[in-house]
Design a protein around this ligand. Structure first.
Ligand code: COA
Ligand code: MG
Length: 291
C-alpha cells in the first residue's frame, strides 16, 4: 500500500537541513524547489536537490521533490534535475487543471525514456490550493494513472480567496473536505495541509485530528518536531486495533451461525463495520512496519 502518514518538507537550497533528515521518522521526504526557495536561489536549489536525492532515498523513505507549478516555466527543468530510479515521485505545486497534469505527465514520459526508466515509474502528488483547483479536484485527481495523492494547501487557498487564516479553520472547511472526498472518489491518498505554527504541538494535534476526521490519511510537516504527532494521529491506536479484532471475531462467529449481523458492546456489527475494521487492521500493519 502506498501510504504516507507524514511527509517532511525541507527547503531545497538548505543543504545543511537536507543533510540532517537521515534519521527522522518521516514516511516521505519532500525536498522543496517551490515556495520555500526564494527566486534567486531556484537554480542552486535544483542543483542541490538533484545531487542529494539518492542519499535521501537510502533509508527507504519515499523521496518526492516538490517542483514549481507549470505556469512558472521552471517545472520542466526542475523535473529534469531530480527524476531518477531513487525518486518515488514528484510533487507539483498549484495544479490548476487536468491539462497541467497532462503536460507534467508527458514531460515525465520523455525524461523516463531518456533515463532508461519504465514509463510511469515517477508517481505524482498534486497540490490543490486555488479556488479553480478545488472546483476541479476530482477531474484533476483522475487525470493520470501516475497520481497517488492529492494535497490540500490552506495558505495558498486562503490567499487566493482573499480571506484570513484562522486557528479554527472554518474558512478552509469546504475546500479541505472537497479535496478529501475527491481523493477518495479517485482512489488516491488525501494529504492534509501543513500546520505552520510549528512550536505549538497542541494546535498541531487538534489540526491533525480534524484532518483525520475529514478523511485525510496523512499530513505534511514543515519541522522535524511535528513528525511524531502526525505519525501517531494517522496511525490506528492500540485501542482501535483491539476493537477491530473483536469486531471481526464477533462477525465471523455470527457468520458461522448463519447470521449477517450481530452486536458487540451494544452496537450493531454488519458488513460496512467489518470492512472498516479490516481496513484499520491493514493500516495498523503498515504503520507498525514503519515504526
Ligand atoms: N527539515 C530538516 N531539518 C529541519 C527542518 C526541516 N524542515 N526544520 C528545522 N530543521 C532543523 C534545523 O536546521 C535545526 O537543526 P540544528 O538543531 O542542527 O541546528 C533544528 O531542526 C531545529 O530547528 P529550529 O531552530 O527549531 O527551526 P529553524 O528556525 O531553523 O527553522 C523553519 C524553522 C520554519 C524555517 C524550518 O523549519 C523550515 O524551513 N521548514 C520548512 C519550510 C518549507 O519547506 N515550507 C514549504 C512548504 S509549506
Ligand atoms: Mg502552496
Amino acid at each position: 500500500m502506498d501510504w504516507f502518514r507524514s511527509l517532511l518538507f525541507v527547503p531545497g537550497n538548505r543543504e545543511d537541513m537536507l543533510g540532517k533528515v537521515g534519521n527522522l521518522p518521516a514516511d516521505a521526504l519532500v525536498p522543496d524547489l517551490e515556495d520555500s526557495v526564494p527566486y534567486p536561489e531556484k537554480e542552486h536549489a535544483r542543483e542541490t536537490v538533484g545531487r542529494v536525492v539518492k542519499t535521501l532515498a537510502q533509508r527507504g523513505q519515499a523521496v518526492i521533490p516538490r517542483i514549481n507549478s507549470i505556469d512558472t516555466g521552471l517545472a520542466i527543468d526542475d523535473m529534469a534535475a531530480v527524476v531518477c530510479a531513487e525518486v518515488y515521485g514528484i510533487s507539483v505545486g498549484k495544479v490548476e487543471s487536468p491539462w497541467d497534469v497532462t503536460q507534467i505527465s508527458s514531460a515525465l514520459e520523455t525524461l523516463e525514456k531518456k533515463s532508461g526508466l519504465a514509463v510511469g515509474h515517477t508517481k505524482l502528488l498534486l497540490w490543490l490550493e486555488g479556488a479553480k483547483a478545488i472546483m476541479l479536484a476530482y477531474e484533476i485527481a483522475k487525470a493520470s494513472p501516475r497520481i497517488v495523492a492529492v494535497g490540500f494547501g490552506a495558505e495558498d487557498y486562503t490567499n487566493d480567496m482573499g480571506v484570513q487564516r484562522t486557528e479554527t479553520g472554518e474558512e478552509v472547511l469546504f475546500a479541505r473536505s472537497r479535496v478529501a472526498v475527491a481523493a477518495r472518489a479517485a482512489d488516491v491518498l488525501a494529504l492534509d495541509t501543513p500546520y505552520v505554527n510549528f512550536r505549538d504541538t497542541e494546535g498541531l494535534q487538534r489540526d491533525a485530528e480534524q484532518g483525520l476526521r475529514l478523511g485525510f490519511k496523512g499530513k505534511f510537516a514543515i519541522h522535524p518536531s511535528q513528525l511524531e504527532t502526525i505519525n501517531a494521529t494517522f496511525s490506528p491506536s492500540p485501542e482501535d486495533v483491539e476493537y477491530a479484532r473483536r469486531v471481526i471475531e464477533a462477525f465471523e462467529e455470527a457468520e458461522a451461525r448463519g447470521s449477517g449481523a450481530t452486536s458487540l458492546d451494544g452496537k450493531m456489527i454488519d458488513v460496512p463495520i467489518v470492512k472498516r475494521a479490516r481496513y484499520l487492521l491493514a493500516l495498523a500493519e503498515t504503520a507498525s512496519s514503519r515504526n
